[in-house]
Design a binder for this molecule. Sequence first.
Ligand SMILES: *[C@@H]1O[C@H](CO)[C@@H](O)[C@H](O)[C@H]1NC(C)=O
Ligand SMILES: *[C@@H]1O[C@H](CO)[C@@H](O)[C@H](O)[C@H]1NC(C)=O
Ligand SMILES: *[C@@H]1O[C@H](CO)[C@@H](O)[C@H](O)[C@H]1NC(C)=O
Length: 398
Amino acid sequence: MPPRLAALALLLLSTATCFADGGAGPVFNVTDFGAVADGRTDNSKAFLRAWMKACATPGRPAVVVPGGSYLLHPLVFRGPCRGYMEMHVGGVLRAPPGLGAFRDCREWVYFAGVDGLLVTGGGTFDGRGATAWPLNECTKKRDCRFLPVSIKLGHVRNATLTGVTSVDSKSFHVTVAGSQDVRIHGVRLRAPRDSPNTDGVHIQGSSNVRVTDSAVATGDDCVSIGSGTSDVVVSGVSCGPGHGISVGSLGRNPGEEDVRRLRVANCTISGTTNGVRIKTWRGGSRPTAVSGLVFQDIVMSRVRNPIIIDQEYCPYASCREQRPSAVRISDVKFINIRGVSATQVAVKLSCSEASPCSRLELRDIDLRYVKRGVDTQSQCAHVAGGVAGGKLVPPSCM
Ligand SMILES: *[C@@H]1O[C@H](CO)[C@@H](O)[C@H](O)[C@H]1NC(C)=O
Ligand SMILES: *[C@@H]1O[C@H](CO)[C@@H](O)[C@H](O)[C@H]1NC(C)=O
Ligand SMILES: *[C@@H]1O[C@H](CO)[C@@H](O)[C@H](O)[C@H]1NC(C)=O
């Protein structure tokens, strides 16, 4: 065969073997870039080489991680890329134990600045948190360093995380920050109930984010919505153990922005410390707003504070700040929330004396105390206006 034809045949052959089934894009198999699935070799260089090749490829390139166990030191999968990036994690990604390999990294697997991303494949991100939780100081004091999050989506657009599991993250399982159009669907996030700061999904500075049909059992908030977030839907999430589905905490850091338009619906919350919660610290000078929130169609099972607004949030033994919270909470609806409260105060609306809550709505609430024959109660402080309707157990205090 003439050399040019041979080269062409080789090219066709190699491209042919590089396409996955079903007409998807070219495949970049981490094994072909030197990854070793022995659970002990650091594979971050091999993963990065596969990512960079895929990232330079137009169309729908896929980085493929086959079955097996891959030790992965912290790494950044950086965009922008030429095409729509897919990452298929079939195996188990293992974080390094402890914090030694993290140096200044606050994240383990970080997708940064990618426009068009799908992470899927049925695999597991194992953060090996048990080796780092004893080093967490953030449960005791305010000035502390957060341990690394397992999966971060930072400044991404049009991204989907689906069909993967995260276990034993060192701190948060998944963080979405500075991002738009993000879907988290059908994921499982799991850590022990006493693991510190292991929030399931934390969202901040982002808009148009959907967290749906997922199971979160962890040591902190199942979903937490931070500063500068708008247009978030949380639906079909089962939460517990954990600290519930929370907006906040807010009002602690300078430069915080408003939280607007959140819908939490069709969720079940079991055995948690809180159900649906808004938490803000005392003090703070920036009068940020939290508004346009709907919590609807939620079933609680033995939850300690099923419905709670807490504007005196202080997770430590004591907090010095005396000034009231500057965060303004308005237009928040709680609709069709039922089930069993593990404490007698099933509804607690504790707002700021500096900026009372306004336009609250309670409708069709049916929360029974776990002890039969004892009624649940609601408590209000600094609620400036609200409407209550439908069935109301406990009776409204507004
Ligand atoms: C990736 O490479 C491994 C090892 O060679 C192989 O078993 C697996 O089938 C490959 N996966 C794909 C999608 O090419
Ligand atoms: C996201 O990416 C997909 C695949 O390229 C594309 O079809 C879709 O239009 C994009 N969506 C947005 C909101 O950019
Ligand atoms: C909750 O479920 C109902 C009934 O399946 C559906 O109509 C509604 O759109 C869901 N809400 C959200 C926010 O997904």
